[in-house]
Ligand binder design. Structure first.
Ligand code: NAP
Length: 267
């Protein structure tokens, strides 16, 4: 079992977070892969909107540091470590978050990795690792929180897919399969859980400036940006804004949606 419940000390009271909109007051949001990139931006946005945020990451210290940064800004946050690819670790994570915050209202399935190779060069480990984190990880995390949401009669599951899950991408057989699978699961959960007060939606970012793109050659990135109607890559905060909407009750009739946030990259 991995070391899951590594907590920062409880935040001392709620201070006003620097956001004009507080759509998530009183809700507990669990974000996976929250130490950096898009996950960190989602955690920050949710904290600013009044949520108590559980930041989960593989890297315990990084999760704690990210939670501490949110507390410094006046948010309520705690860091947890877990490997979303490991069922036992994920179950322990869900238990630890419920013990700490009392409930889980929103799950943001964000943790993800890339292991790119053209099909003819892809190794089984590359296939298996990406499926384990990006597809099975989303299943495992959602499975671990759904019973609590059913008991509550409410919940929002926001899963970060990708435009690659919709359209495929050169060198990303494994990633495309996982991200398309996330869309399939999301639509299934929307059907299964919609009458129980639980919504499930998928968000498909285009190319967003985060460390995950570090492995891509500059030349390829420049070519990609040249084809995006917005004329630039996206920022993590631009994904976080849509994720916070989907998490909130403002999206009360949004269920089973697959929302592309790509600056028009696929047009
Ligand atoms: P990132 O900067 O690489 O951050 C991913 C985070 O997930 C890291 O903190 C990482 O922790 C964590 N993580 C990786 N494996 C994990 C595991 N098994 N268990 C728990 N945490 C794990 O990536 P990002 O760009 O923010 O991407 C976030 C999500 O958006 C991913 O699902 C990605 O596929 C998706 N997305 C990104 C883009 C883009 O252009 N950036 C586009 C479309 C979709 P460590 O640092 O410790 O490894």
């Amino acid at each position: 079992m991995s070391d899951t419940a590594t907590l920062n000390p409880p935040a001392q009271g709620r201070q006003s977070a620097p956001s004009s909109v507080r759509r998530l007051d009183g809700k507990t949001v669990l974000v996976t892969g929250a130490a950096r990139g898009i996950g960190e931006a989602i955690a920050r946005r949710c904290a600013r909107e009044g949520a108590q945020v559980a930041l989960c990451d593989l890297d315990r210290q990084a999760a704690q540091a990210a939670a501490e940064a949110l507390r410094q800004e006046g948010g309520l946050a705690a860091g947890f470590s877990a490997d979303v690819a490991d069922g036992e670790s994920v179950r322990a994570l869900a238990d630890a978050v419920r013990r700490y915050f009392g409930r889980i209202d929103v799950l943001v399935n964000n943790a993800g990795i890339v292991q790119d190779a053209q099909l003819k060069n892809m190794r089984d480990e590359q296939w298996e690792q990406v499926i384990a984190v990006n597809l099975s990880g989303v299943y495992r995390c959602t499975r671990a929180v759904v019973e609590g949401m059913l008991e509550q009669g409410s919940g929002s599951i926001v899963s970060i897919s990708s435009i690659v899950g919709l359209y495929g991408n050169f060198g990303q057989t494994n990633y495309a399969a996982a991200k398309a699978g996330v869309i399939g699961m999301t639509r299934t959960w929307a059907r299964e859980l919609g009458r129980k007060g639980i919504r499930a939606n998928a968000l498909c970012p285009g190319f967003i400036e985060t460390p995950i793109l570090a492995a891509m050659p500059h030349k390829v990135l420049d070519e990609i940006v040249g084809r995006i109607p917005a004329g630039r890559m996206g920022r993590p905060e631009e994904i976080a804004a849509v994720a916070a909407f989907l998490a909130s009750d403002e999206a009360s009739y949004v269920n089973g949606a697959v929302i592309e946030v790509s600056g028009g990259a696929t047009l």
